[in-house]
Every structure is written in C-alpha cells, then in structure tokens.
Design a protein around this ligand. Sequence first.
Ligand SMILES: [Zn+2]
Length: 191
Amino acid sequence: MNVITHALIGWTVASSVQTLSKREKFLVTLAGVIPDIDGLGAPVEILTRDSSNPLLWWTEYHHTLHTLLFCAIFCSVALLLSSRKILTTFLSALSFHLHILGDVLGARGPDGYQWPIPYLRPFSEKWQLVWEGQWELNAWPNIVITIILLILAFRLAWLRGYSPLYFFSEKADKVFIETIRRRFPSSRFKT
Ligand SMILES: [Zn+2]
C-alpha cells in the first residue's frame, strides 16, 4: 500500500485510544509508516537508472526493514519515549504489523512482482510473506480503503478538534479544524 494509506491506518490505530498523549499518538502513527524508510532509495535508483553505474537501492533494499527485528527496535524506542508504555508499545506493534498486512494484501508491483516480506530476516529466510491473491498497489481496494480511512480521519478531526496535522503545526491544525467545523456546523461546537 502507499505511504498515505499506511499513515492513515497508523493514525486510526493511534486514535483508538483517545487518552494517549500527542507524542504517543505520533509514535503509534509513525509505526505504521516507518517500515517504508527502506524504500527511500527509490529516487536514487530512478535518477541513476540510465547511468553507467546504476544504484539499485530500491530493488535491493525495499522490504528489508519489514521485519520482526525492526518492529522490536522501533517498539523499544516507543517504550522509552512514552508514558503509557505497555499500551503505546502494543499499539505501535499493531500499527507496524498492519503495515505488513497491508503490503501482503495490496502492494503488487506494476510488473507483477509481489515483493515478498522477509519477516524473520536476518535470523532466517523462512517466512517470506506473500499472498497469491495480492492486488496491485493502485488497485481499487486500496483506493476504497484509503477513502474510508480519510472519511474516518475527517470525522474524528471534526469531532475531537485535532487531526494528524497537529504533529507538524498546531496553528495549521487549528485552521483546519475551524474550516471543517464551519463547513459542517453542529450545535455541539457552539460556545
Ligand atoms: Zn511497506
């Protein structure tokens, strides 16, 4: 799945417990996206594709961090940085594994390649996670899932008064919330 869908899944998991702090919500949301940092080599590969010395950083490294080990490393960081440690760590692990599940379900490349997930690497090459029914990255189920998650995120933002924007800018988030509440007024927001 693409990174926006992963982020929305992470945010949905983070939003499931309203009492988490902003930092804890950020950690849980980040856990849903963080496996894809192994895909950051893609621009380098595209830029060097036609050169005499192409750097295949995407082909060689994509999915190498979609592993149980990397999940454990990230969850250790979440454990250290959170106050509600057990809950934040559990939700981070859940968010991370929903990322893996999302990729197994719907991340087939345009060339049909399934990008098996080496879940136990570097300890074992067993469990190369693939599913034969996997749909393509831009197939309709991914679009439908993304739209549903977006509607949910808007609804939660409207209802609760904050959105993932608040991770980056409280001011921008405030403007966003005021805009959607003005667009969809409700007596519950009248002071
Ligand atoms: Zn991924």
